[in-house]
Ligand binder design. Structure first.
Ligand code: ZN
Length: 89
């Protein structure tokens, strides 16, 4: 199953749009189980648990563009995590 399909429809639609505009970005995390979230050091109430958050990795320029775009698309979280952009709806 493709990672993107684990996202809720609303988040999936926005993440798809971002990845179409910046095709070199890689989706590195989407919905996580509680076990997986603990393993990767995610916060307990992470929106990854409900399939609302996605992590996108790429060049600094692409990650920043993704964050700007996400904010324009009403993201509830758009955080520069250094090696990835964390976005959520
Ligand atoms: Zn994240």
């Amino acid at each position: 199953m493709a990672l993107i399909s684990t996202l809720k429809p609303h988040a999936r639609r926005h993440v798809s749009t971002i990845m179409e505009l910046y095709p070199r970005l890689r989706l590195t995390s989407a919905r996580r189980s509680r076990w997986r979230n603990r393993l990767v050091g995610g916060v307990p109430g992470s929106l990854h648990l409900s399939g609302r958050a996605a992590d996108l990795s790429g060049t600094t320029a692409d990650q920043r563009a993704a964050l700007r775009l996400a904010r324009r698309m009403g993201a509830v979280e758009a955080i520069d995590e250094g090696d990835h952009a964390h976005v959520a709806w």
